[in-house]
Design a protein around this ligand. Sequence first.
Ligand code: AMP
Length: 178
Amino acid sequence: MTATVTVQDIYRTIRDVPDFPKPGILFKDITPLLLDPRAFRRAVELMSTPFAGAQATRVVSIESRGFLLGAPVALALDAGLVPIRKPGKLPAARGRVEYALEYGTDALEMHRDAVGPGDRVLIVDDVLATGGTAEAAAKLVRSHGADVVGFTFLIELDSLKGRGRLRGERVEALLHYT
Ligand code: AMP
């Protein structure tokens, strides 16, 4: 029998890339995790299990690395998968939310018919940093009349305190860094 993959094993698959995409950012690269099917499968399991009883009807994932994790989490929870994308990428009728960045604003879009009243939505992304992106995604989901049942991240950068912006819902993260 093969040994179970531990959380420590999953930590070892995350590559730190200094000064990417700009100086001063320590980028958490998840691509080595994707190369390791046992660790990837275990990470998806550990991201999904806390919400096994949440009766999520939709998993909403955030462009673009969020898609890589959101798709298997949606299958694990038997929920529909919904991509949230940067403006101009989704083809059909869209809802939109704008949110503040350090300098300026950005926006996210979601198909209008993807989420609606009665839906219970789990939001998935790779990294929780300042929480601005996840907070905007939740706002977009709620503006479509659906409930947010929680958030699940592979990685949380604890010192940025993004969790504080997601108050009121369950927030899970598998790996923690300062
Ligand atoms: P934030 O809105 O500050 O929570 O940023 C979250 C988004 O930015 C996520 O979609 C992440 O993919 C990305 N992100 C932020 N910081 C990092 C980092 N250090 N390494 C990799 N991705 C990051």
